[in-house]
Design a protein around this ligand. Structure first.
Ligand code: PLP
Ligand code: COI
Length: 341
């Protein structure tokens, strides 16, 4: 069979935007969503006073499509993205895009862009970005009444350059956004407020920021684009319990994998920055980050080094099992894999 795959050098892709052929678009007006279409137009035209432009009334999700070892195309737990987006939407006074429609829109977007799904073993995947925004004019501080839900697809490689090489974090002087009270929301505003800290971190030679809780600045929260897990010296997986971090689907999946596939103890609890020097391994986890080993964390004059050389042994087991499930090499728990093609 002749491959219709796009002529892309998959293995050299980074985490960037590549325009693909189709995106899904549905509009909300007069209290209901329209049918939705696949569109070839990658642009969005908005009124100058649209709710998203004035008051950042927008939220987004992120998930991936994978080519499995036996040549299928699948998505990983899209139902959980639908549920989280519903929580974000409710918190931001936006309408809910129903779960079945969300999953159907994911399937349609991937199917329409199959030629952009990177081949098995290339190290790349198709990243999907569902998002929603207030589209009609608002000028008083109040929610929009019209919204657009879209999903675009873009083939991506590793989020951090160098793939699974350990990265460095620093604890910034900045608080991130207004996460307290805003929690659980994957919203445009939160991320805009993290842009200055991330530019500053990069300027200082770090890959990411490790944010501490903004109330006491003593507890580990998460990074700008991923949750954090630690491995204790006796091989327990611990991860921060906090209402102001994003409830990562990757983290929930890893905690399950640790317990049920690897027989490791797991614990979600408050983690003091003071104690992280006693852990054996540290890693970031997320759809984009997958599982990225943290080599060191710097907080002013304190430097905690895990290993800048290689991924820790337990992190590697977690990484291999999770990606094995996603790529169809290891049997997935029921309901985790949505087969698309
Ligand atoms: N935390 C933040 C701030 C994120 O942007 C992401 C990415 O989506 C995550 C955590 C990880 O979440 P998930 O595993 O659902 O992708
Ligand atoms: C994701 O992992 O899907 C994210 O949204 C992280 C980042 C690109 C914001």
């Amino acid at each position: 069979m002749i491959s219709t795959k796009k002529d892309i050098d998959w293995s050299s892709l980074g985490f960037g935007y590549v325009k693909t052929d189709y995106r899904y678009v549905s509009n909300y007006k007069d209290g209901k969503w329209d049918e939705g279409v696949l569109s070839t137009d990658e642009t969005v035209t908005l009124n100058e006073s649209a709710g998203v432009l004035q008051y950042a009334q927008t939220c987004f999700e992120g998930l991936k499509a994978y080519t499995t070892a036996d040549g299928h195309v699948v998505c990983f737990r899209p139902d959980l993205n639908a549920e989280r987006m519903a929580q974000s939407s409710a918190r931001l006074e936006m309408p809910i895009f129903p779960k079945e429609r969300f999953i159907d829109a994911v399937v349609k977007t991937v199917k329409a862009n199959l030629d952009y799904v990177p081949p098995y073993g290339s190290g790349a995947t198709l990243y999907l970005r569902p998002y929603m925004f207030g589209s009609n004019p608002v000028i008083g501080v109040k929610p929009a009444t019209e919204f657009q839900f879209r999903i675009f697809a873009t083939p991506v490689g590793p989020y951090f350059k160098g793939g699974v090489k350990p990265i460095s974090l620093r604890v910034p002087d900045f608080d991130r956004a207004a996460p307290r009270g805003t929690g659980h929301v994957k919203a445009g505003l939160n991320y805009a407020m993290s842009l200055h800290p991330i530019v500053d971190a990069h300027n200082q030679g770090y890959n990411e920021n490790m944010y501490l809780d903004s109330a006491t600045r003593t507890k580990v929260e998460e990074t700008g684009g991923a949750n954090i897990i630690f491995v204790t010296k006796d091989n327990k997986i611990v991860t921060p319990k906090s209402s102001s971090i994003l409830p990562s689907i990757t983290r929930r999946s890893l905690m399950y994998v640790a317990k049920e596939y690897l027989g490791l103890e797991t614990e979600e609890r408050e983690i003091l920055f003071e104690e992280i020097k006693d852990f054996k391994e540290c890693a970031l986890c997320g759809t984009a980050a997958v599982l990225s080993p943290v080599g060191k964390v710097v907080n002013k004059d304190k430097e905690i080094v895990y290993s800048m050389e290689k991924m820790g042994e337990i992190s590697k087991k977690l990484y291999d099992t999770l990606t094995g499930i996603q790529m169809g090499r290891i049997e997935a728990p029921a309901g985790w894999i949505k087969v698309i093609d």
